[in-house]
Ligand binder design. Structure first.
Ligand SMILES: [Zn+2]
Length: 359
């Protein structure tokens, strides 16, 4: 057991597209009272020792004795301040917002990821019952505010579970978010992940097909030019078989038209812009800005293609589409509710994350 092993495993998960997109996910290792947990703003695939914060588990435990503000922003500020205080001397990086959860899981190693296939379940209509049926030993946590509230609820559930059964789950599915897997060795975690993926694969009625399709050159060039002048950003157009399926009409589009997880909001925006085949891109764009006070990060033009404003939104939007397709095998897509979407959009921690994220 060692921190070096965690570093290596972080690279492995981080470089595997089935498991990690952009900066998503985080890992940790406990050595006595010492917690090594991924800091904000680092990608698992390339993380070095500098990307981990060392924290004092004993001191983190004290956070649970405190009473924090009712107000969301104030509370998350206060908790973050206390978490910063739990860092070992000399640490400068900011712990991941999920560090509290890592701290309270009683396992030497914890690997938290947001794989599209797993989110096909956590972001589906039947998520809770599917988890109960396929993974009876796992814990299901319904949609709750990320950060302190999520950690608090998981802590309560684990303590109930411990009282009832004497054990706690090594696998925790979080609705509209992802999964936490803990173990005493990284090999154990690896086989738990492989097992989950295998069981879910066997349940699939359909898989996403991202085979590239040709785009109408003239129309594409015109949309790119309009979006470039509206945003000043590089525009990346793409079209695949799966995009063609969802861009056929507004009814199909509804299955990819909102946000599944916090990561989707941070990187590809809380909602893609729909532009009908004969509609004006400029008009639709300014109507979106007017309604929501922000520019879209993804523009979908009916039967033409997906346009990413800058390079970052594209992979997470592709993930949205993959999650939506996978969810078809589990009762269909289930987005975060509006209140949660607003909470994430306004959350300072997430703003920080999207501003410092390394590619
Ligand atoms: Zn997460």
């Amino acid at each position: 057991m060692s921190f070096e092993a965690l570093l290596e495993a972080s690279h492995t998960y981080g470089s595997d597209a089935r498991y990690v997109l952009l900066g998503g996910g985080n890992t940790s290792f406990k050595d006595g009272d010492l917690l090594y947990v991924k800091a904000s703003g680092f990608a698992l695939s390339t993380i070095s020792e500098k990307g981990f914060v060392r924290m004092d588990l004993k001191q983190m435990e004290k956070i649970w004795e405190k009473t924090y503000s009712e107000d969301d922003d104030a509370r998350e500020d206060e908790v973050l301040k206390d978490m910063m205080e739990c860092r070992l001397e000399g640490e400068t990086a900011r712990p991941s917002v999920e560090a509290l959860l890592h701290a309270l899981l009683p396992f030497s190693y914890v690997v938290h990821l947001h794989p599209a296939l797993i989110n096909g379940v956590t972001c589906s209509q039947h998520g809770s019952s599917v988890v109960q049926r396929l993974f009876p030993d796992a814990l299901w946590i319904e949609l709750v505010k990320p950060g302190f509230i999520l950690a608090k609820i998981v802590r309560e559930r684990l303590s109930v579970q411990k009282q009832k059964t004497g054990n706690v789950s090594k696998v925790i599915f979080l609705q509209n978010h992802g999964v936490f897997v803990g173990g005493e060795s990284l090999g154990e975690i690896e086989s738990l992940y492989a097992g989950i993926m295998k069981v879910l694969e066997a349940e699939l009625v359909r898989k996403p097909d991202f085979t590239a399709l040709p785009m109408d050159e003239k129309k594409t060039a015109s949309v790119v030019a309009q979006l470039e002048s509206l945003t000043g950003e590089k525009i990346i157009p793409s079209y695949t078989k799966e995009y063609a399926h969802f861009l056929a009409d507004t009814q199909k589009f509804a299955s990819i038209a909102s946000s599944f997880t916090p990561d989707h909001i941070v990187y590809s925006g809380f909602m893609p812009l729909w532009v009908g085949e004969n509609d004006s891109v400029e008009k639709a764009f300014s109507a979106f800005e007017h309604s929501y006070g922000t520019k879209p990060k993804i523009v979908c033009v009916q039967n033409l293609g997906v346009f990413s404003i800058g390079e970052k939104p594209a992979p997470l939007f592709l993930d949205t589409v993959a999650v939506s397709v996978y969810s078809e095998s589990f009762g269909g897509p289930r987005f975060m509710d509006d209140a949660m979407i607003d909470f994430i959009r306004n959350w300072e921690v997430e703003k920080y994350r999207s501003s410092v994220m390394v590619k």
